[in-house]
Ligand binder design. Structure first.
Ligand SMILES: Cc1ncc(COP(=O)(O)O)c(C=O)c1O
Length: 446
């Protein structure tokens, strides 16, 4: 914990408000450790039960996390607005930042010409009563999903994949319910699950997707929803293979008590075929985001699913945000309709694949087995994340510590390859090899 931040209060409400305010102002930074319950209770002159209640309330709202002997800490991305810079320390000046998991901006299709065309033809003005999903967009999305074997279902649009997942979980689950998530898995999803007051159950992942025994164990432990990343799993790059899809479909067949959510965020950028699980369960939803191939700022994803599930999401959206702006929908439609954009996305996918494979090969030459079947990240197991991240930082490379993505999975670092050049591969692989196999200290082994 920051030595400068003094926790205060004599009731659970006051103590939790003080912690929340510390997070908001940045005085308690993401990951900061809080004092043990008994120590803080003694400091404040209150009973341990009062402090425990304050911690519990903040844990249920996803602001704090308790990790066994590591004690209670501020979540890496707590759901209160702090200064953005407090969320992730900036890399050292001059360091190459491979920690962000972002597509390479230079490989995103330029929006300018399509925005200009939209400005020239603003179309009829859209009012509250006639807004919704544009039929042309729905038709084109449907054709794209058909081509990938996603079963027919109802369709709606959300403000991105994560917005879709939030709406799906909110519509089907209640605080305290368990959700099966990949482990390691996408940090933002883990933060969202915590913020919704849901309980994550980690499902181990290998290069072919979530492992069948892990999903079975999560179901046996009472998971009410399962979130699967179809391709370019974040952080490991795994992609659901045909065999894994078949085994998972057999396991899930006909289940009526489980909401199955598939996140195909890599979409047109994925260079491996899609093997959907969609339709195996009675309640299902398949999300395809436009963020990675076309740009994260577009904030749009297509959601298809069974009638009840889609009606709940669309209905809840209607009474809240209303709809995803038709201006954005028309922009996506224009991008989808432009063969030059298709070609740029195809080249971007190829370029990410070359960088990823290049790094994996360079690591193999150092005797290291890293993971990255698809997408823009490589996941490298290391014995100790803190010393690996520090050694890499000293060598001029910022990478993401695996702790952001793990529940029970083994330590690793995530390296985003999207901005790598061919010349980077050898020095980066050497620095990663050093970080993964640190030189033992001189002297006799202990
Ligand atoms: C696993 C996963 N899903 C979805 C997304 C994108 O989500 P959105 O459509 O909300 O931008 C990302 C982005 O990094 C991701 O890693």
């Amino acid at each position: 914990m920051s030595a400068r931040y003094q926790l205060s209060g004599t009731t659970a409400v006051e103590i939790s408000a003080g912690i929340e305010s510390g997070i908001r102002t940045g005085a308690l930074s993401p990951g900061a450790a809080l004092p043990p319950v008994r120590a803080l209770a003694a400091d404040l002159g209150v009973s341990p039960a009062t402090v425990a209640r304050a911690y519990q309330e903040l844990r249920q709202r996803g602001l704090l996390v308790t990790a066994g002997r590591h004690g209670t800490r501020v979540r890496p991305r707590p759901p209160v607005a702090a200064r953005r810079s407090a969320l992730r320390p900036p890399p050292l000046p001059g360091a190459r930042d491979l920690s962000r998991g972002e597509p390479d901006r230079r490989l995103l299709p330029p929006l300018g010409p399509h925005l200009a065309a939209l400005a020239a033809d603003t179309g009829p003005s859209v009012s509250y009563s006639d807004a919704g999903v544009l039929p042309e967009l729905a038709e084109m999305a449907r054709a794209r999903l058909d081509a990938d074997g996603v079963p027919a279902g109802e369709l709606t649009i959300t403000g991105g994949a994560l917005d879709g997942i939030e709406r799906l979980l909110g519509a089907h689950l209640r605080p305290g319910d368990a959700v099966a998530v990949e482990d390691p898995g996408w940090a933002n999803l883990l933060d969202l699950v915590a913020a919704l007051g849901l309980r994550p159950i980690g499902v181990p992942v290998d290069d072919e997707g979530p492992m069948v025994a892990g999903v079975a164990a999560a179901l046996a432990a009472g998971a009410r929803a399962l979130v699967v990343t179809s391709r370019a799993q974040n952080p490991t790059g795994s992609a659901v293979s045909a065999e894994r899809a078949e085994a998972l479909r057999a396991l899930l067949a006909g289940r009526r008590d489980l909401l199955l959510i598939e996140d195909d965020h890599a979409a047109e950028l994925a260079r491996v075929p899609l093997h959907p699980l969609a339709g195996a369960t009675a309640s299902w939803a398949f999300l395809r985001s436009v963020s990675k191939p076309f740009g994260p700022d577009l904030r749009l994803a297509v959601l298809v699913g069974d009638e009840t599930t889609v009606a709940r999401v669309a209905g809840r959206t209607r009474v809240g945000a209303g709809w995803v702006s038709t201006v954005l929908q028309r922009l996506v439609l224009a991008l989808w309709s432009d063969p030059a954009v298709d070609e740029l996305v195809r080249r971007a996918a190829q370029s990410y694949e070359q960088r990823r494979d290049g790094l994996l090969t360079a690591l193999t030459e150092h005797g290291l087995r890293a993971h990255g079947r698809s997408g823009i990240n490589v996941w490298l197991p290391v014995p100790d994340e803190t010393s690996a991240v520090t050694a890499l930082r000293d060598a001029g490379w910022a990478v993401a510590p695996g702790a952001l993505y793990r529940i029970a999975a083994a330590p690793a670092v995530r390296v985003t390859v999207s901005s790598l050049h061919a010349d980077d591969l050898a020095p980066l692989a050497a620095a990663l090899a050093h970080a993964a196999n640190p030189t033992p200290p001189p002297g006799f082994p202990t």
